[in-house]
Structures are given as structure tokens and as C-alpha cells.
Design a protein around this ligand. Sequence first.
Ligand SMILES: Cc1cc2nc3c(=O)[nH]c(=O)nc-3n(C[C@H](O)[C@H](O)[C@H](O)COP(=O)(O)OP(=O)(O)OC[C@H]3O[C@@H](n4cnc5c(N)ncnc54)[C@H](O)[C@@H]3O)c2cc1C
Length: 305
Amino acid sequence: MPENEVDETDCCGNGCTNCILDNPPKLSQQALLAGKRNVILSYARFKMLSNVVHNGDEQLRLLHFVYVASDDEENDSILDIPPGHHVMLRAELAGHAAPLLRPYSPYWTDFVAKEFKILVKLQPGGPMSDYLAALEPLQVLNFRGPIGNYVHDSSSPKSIYIIAQGVAIAPTLPIVAQVLDNEDDMSCIRHLMCVKDLQHVYFRGRLLEFAKYWNYRSCLYLAHQKCGCGAATCDELCVHLKKELRYNERARRLRLDAMQLAAQKISSNQNGSIVIIAGNSTFQRSIREQAIIAFKLSDENIYLL
Ligand SMILES: Cc1cc2nc3c(=O)[nH]c(=O)nc-3n(C[C@H](O)[C@H](O)[C@H](O)COP(=O)(O)OP(=O)(O)OC[C@H]3O[C@@H](n4cnc5c(N)ncnc54)[C@H](O)[C@@H]3O)c2cc1C
């Protein structure tokens, strides 16, 4: 059986937007070109290198994994998880008759060293969360992928609107980096983060590094941020909010809606626009509707991660 083939037992049953049954792990173009094998196409063993608390929040963990080769394996492989794709974690847990499957979206991958990192928000009482919370370095887990349908074509520059909710900012980072790291890519990015307040903005330093590029701009939408100005809403021009922001950070104390999205419209004349939405399914549905109103886009230009 081809190593990227799937059957019903590969589905986690959570109704993911990009279910593995509709998006089986794709053969890697880069691996084919390099004459190498992508190690993660069927379940592969990955050793955990670290399990680190993020942003001072015990419920948030940065997990780092490296591929474990078998003793007789030749060194003819790579790890290709393209931006915007996720992987499936399979774990056999005590008290569960069948293996437990949960998808996770890497925010960093090393193609040659065969390593990747994920940001995990532990869900209270969730079986995979309990398992991951207690994981010690050197424990070995099984992952498979890459799963997804987002493809970026650098030869056709676009206006790219990336809208992320909370921790789902993580899988959007490689999508941004893919554009900014290629100086021939003329695409322009608007990276819009929807979070409760500034405490819940993750990878803030990384966003500021991105902001050095001419074709990138971000904005934080803070639905419940308090501000000394006492007004119902304000933005980075407010002296009180500005004190809480880092250099050049842009923020609005309100929810992102169609009107706010339209105000983020990129003025340059690109080959069309796409919208990428990362977050839970309720968020994806709601932002998709707002994006259709704001940018008059059709469904094929909207990617849900
Ligand atoms: C494509 C995809 C990519 C994902 N990538 C990541 C990732 O990179 N990092 C990450 O932490 N999680 C990610 N998730 C969610 C992850 O797969 C698990 O659902 C999560 O870790 C909880 O698993 P669990 O077994 O502990 O709890 P479950 O038994 O699945 O859930 C326990 C409780 O938490 C609730 N819950 C589960 N997930 C969420 C959520 N996101 N927001 C609010 N409530 C929730 C459930 O409704 C339930 O009440 C992704 C999900 C999808 C579909």
C-alpha cells in the first residue's frame, strides 16, 4: 500500500476543516526533486527534545521533536511539512481502546535535521492534553502528515490577508516567513491577530522581526483589553495604550469585523487577494463571512487552516 494512503481509522473524528480523509499526506515535491524520502508520510517516530512553558502560562507548551531513524535506515530522507499544513499525532493511552488521534500545526520545521516544533494549548480534561503535559524529554511519539491544501505560488504575487485567533497564530508564522524569506516574492501580507488582550499575543518578538520587511504589516485586535483612557475603543494613537505596546506595534481595542478588514485593504496592484484563516471552526466561519463582505472574494480564495 502507498505510504501516503489513508483509511477511516486515520481520521480523528473531530470534524476538522481539512480532514485527513479528504487531504491525505501529500508526496513532497521538494523531496522528489532532491531524490529523498519524506519521513513523515506514514507514521514515523519522533523523540521529544523539550517541553517548555510559553509566555509564563503553564497551559501553553512549546514542544520540540526530532525524527528517530531505525538502526538500518540509510540517510536518504528529509522532513517536509509545508507552511499551512498540520500533522496527526497518534498515541496509545491507558483506558482508551483505540489509539487517540489529534492534529497539531508546526510553527517551525527543519527540513534537513528532521525536527519540528508545535505550540500546544492544553485543554483541561482533554486526554491528549493530559498526556502531552506530562511528557518528559526523550519520550518517543508517532506523527504523520503533512495534511492540508494551502499552496503558495511565489511567481504570482498576491495580497495575502492572514487572520489568526489566539494560539492559532503558530501555523501562520511559516506562511509569512515563506514570503518574506524570498526577496523575489512581491506578495504583500496583512497579518491580523484576534486575541483577548496583550497577555494573549504569542510570538510578539517574531512579529516585530517580520515588521522590518517592506511587504508586511500586522495589527492586533484586542477584544477585552482594558485601557487607562477609559474609552470603549482606542488604538495605538492612544497615549495610554501606546505605553503597553512595543515599538511600531499596531493595535485596536475592538473585535475584527468586515469594516475593520476593509480598512486593512492592501492598495498595491497585486494579482488578486487571498485570505488565510487560522482558529477554531466557529472563528473560521465567522471571519470567512466577514472577509467575503470586505473583499468580495469567492471561496476558492479563502483557505481555512
Ligand atoms: C487542523 C488542526 C490543527 C490543530 N493544531 C493545534 C496546535 O498546533 N496546537 C494546539 O494546541 N491544538 C491544535 N489543535 C487542537 C488539537 O488537535 C486538540 O484538539 C487539542 O490539543 C485538545 O485535545 P485533547 O485530546 O486534549 O482534548 P479534547 O478531548 O479534544 O477536548 C477537550 C475539551 O476541550 C475543548 N477543546 C478542544 N480544542 C479546543 C480549542 N482549540 N479551543 C477551545 N476548546 C477546545 C473540547 O471541545 C473539549 O471540551 C488543532 C486542531 C486542528 C483541527
